[in-house]
Design a protein around this ligand. Structure first.
Ligand code: FAD
Length: 548
């Protein structure tokens, strides 16, 4: 993608050379006068247009009285993200010290009215995939600078923690664990900000029981697209509260959140087992997520294994029966790995083994493929960071990540798997493929996130990495082509699939994504961000283009 670099302060401070006025008496050819007049007219039109579009933008931003600061020079680092495919250069980066800094900046841009081009994007940890936290020629707010409130854990019967939206989940975990507590619902990777995941949903192996992270928030502080600072919850300004949760940053910048906590366990029994039959695999997953007394974490992944190589799905796990396990042959089949975890405290070491055995007994996995591990709770939750460190050391973290995340209705997941694993991704995958079901009853239908219309639906995450110089099956183009084939199939087969972390570039596709919820989404946008200032990188609305 072409990277356009605009440096507006330079453009506007450059001295304009004055034109010399000709002496009135000197004779001028008539056509010279006409040309000169035309040129003058043209120049004044350009000047007028420039002043209309960019009228004092940088200088007026410079006059803002902030505790933090706006940086107009070092902006390149926010023009990239984890996806490594989009680079949109902003005009400035706001490093806020206080909530007021963000409110002042947004209010100023709101007061500039619809003729200013300026937009504002909150940037959490920049782990978006397609430029969602970027703002071309706008202001990017570096949310990690915002340190208020200082994280505060509250105990009692219904414990919670008050955090700044720029806090990373890993830090919330560390702080709440000092009080023997922890949030209930997670993402697989914790080096993401509260504001970033709450703007999407925040889904992991605990979501079947607790719902996504957006179901575990008591209260928010939000700055709307008019620069107003508003506290909201399910009982106070409830429409804004629900709009913002899963709202893709469209309705306000979250500055603070109150997150529900539960007692943190000491340790985790972490278990993986294989299936060769998709129906048996999903039946067992669905049995587990529907049972009252079950594991605390339920996920799964696909091992595409035609090359004969078994992935490292069991590294750092021990086989329950080493002899049997050594005889297991994958025969190049596509396999499905069920991954579960049971939390426990040190005093329960004796009973936990029995408990796990009881939970495993009705399952129909390949018996020689039961692998176990025991880790601390924090190591379990922060497990992806271990892979991050390894990949970074090999230079494989900062590569393009053409990820595709889909939410698939339960009744269609078999048709989906048949086509995708039978035809589209037959030979190889370019990264992990997660698959696990969740219960819709744990999702709040008043939030903005869009999910399938069935009681159980699956998260299917194709977490591909591309090799930058490749032109083969691991190239960006090839992976994007495969993603498109998957999406085209979903559409032509009418599977009722919804994208998670959705990415569309045309409003008609966004309309189709939201379906019957589109009108409500537009109504919320016109109520809370009528000038369409916020989160332009999602490409849902465009500033100064009327709603349709
Ligand atoms: P950013 O990328 O900085 O922002 C994301 C969007 O939210 C942007 O539109 C931005 O403008 C907006 N935004 C950011 N902060 C705020 C705020 N304070 N107020 C309003 N809007 C805001 N997701 C899951 O659900 N489950 C997973 O298991 C999971 N695993 C992941 C693993 C990895 C390695 C990565 C890279 C991502 C994973 N994700 C997962 C996706 C992740 O939740 C999203 O990419 C999330 O947006 C990233 O958070 P961030 O803090 O980097 O947000």
């Amino acid at each position: 993608m072409e990277v356009k670099v605009f440096h507006l302060p330079l453009l506007l401070t450059r001295p304009v050379r004055k034109m010399r006025k000709p002496a009135a008496s000197s004779p001028q050819p008539k056509n010279f006068l006409v040309i000169r007049g035309f040129l003058l007219l043209l120049l004044s039109c350009i000047a007028a247009k420039l002043s209309l579009c960019f009228s004092n933008i940088p200088s007026s931003l410079l006059t803002l009285s902030l505790d933090g600061h706006l940086n107009f020079d070092e902006v390149q680092h926010v023009a990239k993200d984890f996806g490594n495919q989009y680079q949109l250069l902003p005009l400035a980066v706001l490093h806020p010290k206080t909530v007021t800094d963000i409110a002042i900046t947004i209010k100023h841009i709101w007061q500039m009215g619809p003729h200013s081009e300026l937009t504002v994007a909150a940037r959490g940890h920049g782990h978006s995939l397609q430029g969602q936290a970027q703002a071309y020629r706008g202001v990017v707010v570096n949310m990690k600078c915002l340190q208020s409130p200082i994280m505060q854990v509250h105990g009692g019967k219904f414990p919670y923690v008050d955090v700044s939206a720029g806090d990373l989940w890993i830090n919330i975990l560390r702080e709440s664990m000092r009080h023997g507590l922890a949030p209930k619902s997670w993402t697989d990777y914790l080096h993401l900000t509260v504001g970033g995941t709450l703007s999407n949903a925040g889904i992991s192996g605990q979501a079947f029981r607790h719902g996504p992270q957006i179901s575990n928030v008591h209260q928010l502080e939000v700055i709307t697209g008019k620069g107003e600072v508003v506290k909201c919850s399910a009982n106070q300004n409830e429409d804004l509260f629900h709009s913002v949760l899963g709202g893709l940053g469209q309705f306000g910048i979250i500055t603070q959140a109150r997150i529900s906590l539960e007692p943190a366990p000491d340790k985790v029994k972490w278990i993986r087992m294989l299936y060769s039959d998709f129906d048996t695999f999903t039946r067992d997953q669905e049995h587990l997520i529907s049972s009252e007394n079950t594991f605390d974490y339920i996920e799964g992944f696909v091992i595409i294994n035609r090359t004969g190589l078994l992935n490292n799905w069991r590294s750092s796990f021990s086989p329950q029966d080493p002899l049997q396990a050594s005889h297991f042959k994958s025969d190049g089949r596509t396999l499905f790995c069920l991954e579960v975890a049971k939390y426990f405290n040190l005093g329960q070491t004796d009973t936990i083994i029995e408990e796990v055995e009881r939970l495993l007994s009705p399952l129909n996995y390949i018996s020689s493929t039961l692998f176990l591990s025991e880790v601390s709770y924090i190591d379990f939750l922060d497990r992806v960071h271990v892979s991050e460190v390894k990949l970074r050391s090999k230079g494989l973290w900062e590569v393009p990540h053409p990820w595709l995340n889909l939410l698939i209705p339960r009744s269609k997941v078999h048709r989906f798997a048949e086509e995708v694993f039978g035809n589209i991704l037959k030979d190889t995958s370019n990264g992990p493929i997660l698959i696990y079901p969740v219960n819709k009853s744990k999702w709040d239908n008043r939030t903005s996130v869009v999910i399938p219309e069935e009681d159980i639906f699956y998260l299917m995450a194709f977490l591909s990495s591309a090799v930058p110089s490749s032109t083969g099956p691991d190239s960006l183009d090839h992976i994007l082509y495969q993603n498109k084939r998957i999406l085209d199939f979903c559409e032509s087969a009418h599977l009722g699939v919804k994208q998670y972390l959705p990415h569309y570039t045309r409003q008609e596709d966004w309309k189709a994504h939201f379906g019957p919820h589109w009108e409500a989404f537009v109504r919320r946008k016109s109520a809370y961000d009528p000038l369409r200032i916020l989160a332009p990188g999602q490409r849902i609305f465009q500033k100064a283009v009327p709603f349709s």
